[in-house]
Design a binder for this molecule. Structure first.
Ligand code: FAD
Length: 550
């Protein structure tokens, strides 16, 4: 990505074919799709990339087994195919995880779930809905061309306990085992933005769109305020795309018919992070019953156990959703009962909440039952709004949007994103670690950056100070802070701790005060030319921005 200064220079007062508002997964996807079809593209993000819902998801690239219950078959099928594609396009960043649904002596194995898993297996194959001829003419007849998970199966007590020893006290009988995928949601957004930049898209964070310019009634650009200078700039664009997720109904051209805009009905989801010494599910995920036929999960993520999520209609502040006390209690009660443990608030190493951009359809059902389907809206001014959907389906949402641009312009420009690799894979074993950098750091870098991790390692090699961990005992390196400022437009301690590394979620108790984050502020200060006083101010601003209270 360009530096902020260079990006501002490229965007302010200039003209593009497409301007995208919003730097979450959907905005990033639209930028990549449009740029790779030959459009000139500018993307404007109000705060930081992925600061909204795209950093607050459950980090699963999945079909969504639970949507089968609602017979949302199209959505599940679409998401499963995207899941397959993401493993192919970003093998370093999207990986399969075994999911377990254990049974206990007192209860029977859930046959309905078995049927659902059969459907999940069938829907995950590339063959469904394709004729033999189509299969033959596809790139490779052999399905192995695509990553495909093993079918679900039943495992016995011994295999289950080998995977999750923590279940031993509950004396389980057996379990269903099936596969879904996990990722780091923010790194996926940054990787997509990096690819978009390779195709010429220019992205700028700290750029809040305040107005859609509609001379003659047509959306023909936007005005934005640059956060550091407070200055207002305009950018002309033939096409304006609103990809602002839960904020989508706030971006309005001057004249607009109500039905041409989505009405967002936000739903909050809370997640907790727990030390693996307190709760471990090994390298598998467990589906945990949580009352009233609801389920939550406990899964491994960056060496912690991630527990989530809730799904409740939300009327609070969507700019800074916080984990609700009731939600936290609900999640803790469910895992405590399931694993026979006694975790409390004080055991948490992190917590966060996100708000789903669900589209209100006048449907009186609860948010858990409302479809995650994406919707594309077009106002009479020509502005397109794309919202709803899921992290998993970002590519389809981007394609749907850019297909509409292409169609209304009568261009010949097919979508290429199914073939564009997202970053470049690197194997940890091929990366050379400088002195003092351990294997855990190297494999985490390979996961997070793929081939680009060499830039982090080179920096750590050239400056041993930067080879130190950001938080003692965690694999994230100070060199990553410098790279975040140089290549990823990070501008604050919060950007680095929450959205370049994920330490603000994974090691919150060790990062409670300004002293603990001073090394981060100092490295950022060196990169961004801060004075000593600004370094101090930035370090002191962090505790108030941490998502974990207290
Ligand atoms: C609790 C929870 C768990 C989830 N888990 C999963 C999961 O495991 N798997 C899955 O597939 N999906 C999951 N989802 C859904 C998924 O996270 C979202 O669908 C997706 O992240 C939405 O992306 P987006 O780009 O539309 O919105 P966002 O990520 O919110 O991006 C919108 C961006 O627009 C910016 N913006 C707003 N106003 C302006 C403006 N005026 N000018 C410039 N920029 C602006 C915001 O700052 C923000 O960065 C989950 C959602 C939640 C809430």
């Amino acid at each position: 990505m360009l530096t902020r200064a260079a990006a501002l220079e490229e965007i302010a007062g200039k003209r593009f074919e497409v301007v995208v508002i919003g730097g979450g997964i959907v905005g990033a996807g639209v930028a990549l799709d449009a740029a790779s079809r030959g459009y000139s593209v500018a993307l404007l993000e109000r705060d930081d990339y992925a600061v909204g819902t795209s950093s607050r998801s459950s980090k699963m690239i999945h079909g969504g087994l639970r949507y089968l219950q609602n017979f949302d078959l199209g959505l599940v099928r679409e998401a499963l195919l995207e899941r397959q594609l993401m493993v192919q396009l970003a093998p370093h960043l999207v990986y399969p995880t075994p999911f377990l649904v254990p049974s206990f002596a007192e209860e029977r194995r859930d046959r309905k779930l078995g049927l659902g898993l059969n459907m999940y297996d069938v829907m995950a194959t590339t063959r469904v809905g394709r004729s033999r001829r189509e299969m033959r003419s596809s790139k490779q007849e052999d399905e192995d061309f695509y990553w495909s998970p093993d079918r679900h199966r039943t495992i016995d007590r011994d295999e289950l306990l080998e995977l999750v020893p923590a279940l031993e006290p509950r004396d389980p009988t057996d379990a269903y085992l099936f596969y879904d995928c996990q990722t780091d949601d923010v790194r996926l957004v940054l990787t997509i933005l990096g690819e978009a930049a390779r195709f010429g898209a220019v992205s700028l964070n700290g750029a809040e769109v305040t107005e859609v310019l509609t001379p003659g009634g047509r959306a023909a650009g936007v005005a934005f305020v640059e956060s550091e200078s407070g200055e207002r700039f305009e950018v002309e664009a033939e096409n304006v795309i609103n990809a602002t997720g839960v904020w989508a109904d706030r971006i309005r051209p001057e004249v607009v018919e109500e039905e041409d805009m989505p009405r967002i009905s936000p739903s909050r989801g809370t997640h907790l992070l727990v030390d693996r010494d307190d709760l471990s599910t090994g390298s598998a995920a467990c589906i945990v019953p949580a009352g009233e036929s609801r389920h939550i999960f406990a899964l491994p993520w960056y060496g912690r156990t991630l527990v989530g999520t809730t799904d409740n209609d939300y009327e609070g502040d969507i700019d800074r959703p916080e984990p609700g006390a009731e939600d936290t209690e609900y999640l803790l009660d469910a895992v405590n009962a399931f694993f026979g443990i006694e975790l409390s608030d004080s055991d948490l190493v992190g917590a966060y909440a996100g708000v789903r951009p669900l589209i209100a359809t006048g449907d009186p059902r609860k948010s858990v039952d409302i479809s995650r389907k994406a919707e594309l809206y077009e106002t009479s001014s020509g502005m397109l709004t794309i919202t709803g959907g899921k992290l998993t389906t970002w590519r389809r949402m981007a394609k749907q949007t850019v297909d509409r641009l292409v169609e209304r312009e009568g261009r010949e420009a097919p979508c290429h994103t199914a073939e564009i690799p997202l970053g470049m894979e690197a194997r940890a074993g091929d990366l050379e670690a400088p002195d003092g950098v351990g294997e855990d750091s190297v494999s985490q870098l390979a996961f997070r950056y793929g081939h680009a991790s060499r830039a982090v390692l080179d920096l750590a090699r050239s400056d041993p100070e930067l080879a130190r961990p950001i938080v003692p005992g965690r694999p994230d390196l100070l060199a990553e802070v410098a790279i975040a400022a140089r290549l990823e437009q990070a501008r604050s301690v919060a950007d680095v701790l929450l959205r370049r590394t994920r330490l603000g979620l994974l090691a919150a108790p060790q990062l409670r005060d300004a002293d603990a984050v001073r090394p981060v502020a100092e490295v950022l200060g060196d990169e961004l030319g801060w004075s000593r006083r600004q370094v101090k101010r930035e370090a002191e601003a962090w505790p108030g921005r941490s998502p974990v209270a207290g």
